[in-house]
Write a protein that binds this ligand. Structure first.
Ligand code: HEC
Length: 112
């Protein structure tokens, strides 16, 4: 019985998060998830820890997300996963960086 209950809860969480999240996302991460599925999903994998047109970005630091998304650059000394510059900057998302960082941190526990 306990096992069934657990699966039901997990199933709802997975459905709500588009198949890539753990059961509990913070409110900030839920907002970030919306942005991710509106914009980033065009190129990045629905599961942010996997490769897509763009590289995996799960657990990216806030500094990296801000630099790459808002300014189209990388933090000083950061070794980019790809050498291309196919991704445009989204300066309009400056206010969404915290939420995106929360989502990318919470979406995919390490080793998945
Ligand atoms: C038009 C396709 C496209 C969209 C839309 C896009 N990306 Fe990217 N992203 C890429 C590609 C391709 C790269 C690899 C570098 C490059 O070519 O610009 C990348 C690289 C990145 C990196 C750097 C990864 C690393 O460690 O080197 C981050 C972080 C990132 N994207 C986050 C996002 C976020 C967050 C969004 C949504 C707000 C987003 N991207 C939307 C295509 C995209």
């Amino acid at each position: 019985m306990r096992w069934i209950g657990c699966c039901t809860v997990l199933g709802i969480a997975i459905a709500a998060a588009g198949c890539q999240s753990g059961p509990e996302l913070s409110e900030s991460a839920q907002r970030g998830m919306k942005t991710y599925f509106q914009i980033c999903i065009a190129c990045h994998n629905a599961k942010p820890s996997l490769d897509g047109l763009g590289p995996p970005i799960a657990r990216s630091s806030r500094a990296l997300i801000e630099a790459r998304v808002v300014y189209g650059t990388y933090p000083a000394g950061y070794q980019p996963k790809r050498k291309s510059f196919a991704m445009p900057a989204f300066p309009n998302l400056a206010g969404n960086v915290d939420d995106l960082a929360a989502y990318l941190a919470e979406c995919c526990p390490a080793k998945k």
